[in-house]
Design a binder for this molecule. Structure first.
Ligand SMILES: [Zn+2]
Length: 64
């Protein structure tokens, strides 16, 4: 289960997925407007990027 990096809410619905090099990316959008992107390598979470929807500037985050 992925939690929103901003408010800690459980994110069960994947907004979209794509491939980024060796990573599979899953994007979640929270009701608080925060975007969390999970980068998976070989099916295992590797790192997370987040921002506030529409504001650009993704940075590394640690989901709560
Ligand atoms: Zn949130």
């Amino acid at each position: 289960m992925v939690r929103c990096w901003n408010c800690g809410k459980d994110l069960s619905k994947v907004n979209r997925t794509w491939k980024y090099g060796i990573f599979d990316v899953k994007e979640y959008i929270c009701s608080c407007n925060a975007v969390t992107r999970e980068y998976l390598k070989n099916g295992k979470p590797s790192f997370y990027l987040g921002n506030i929807k529409g504001k650009g500037g993704f940075k590394k985050v640690n989901p709560k």
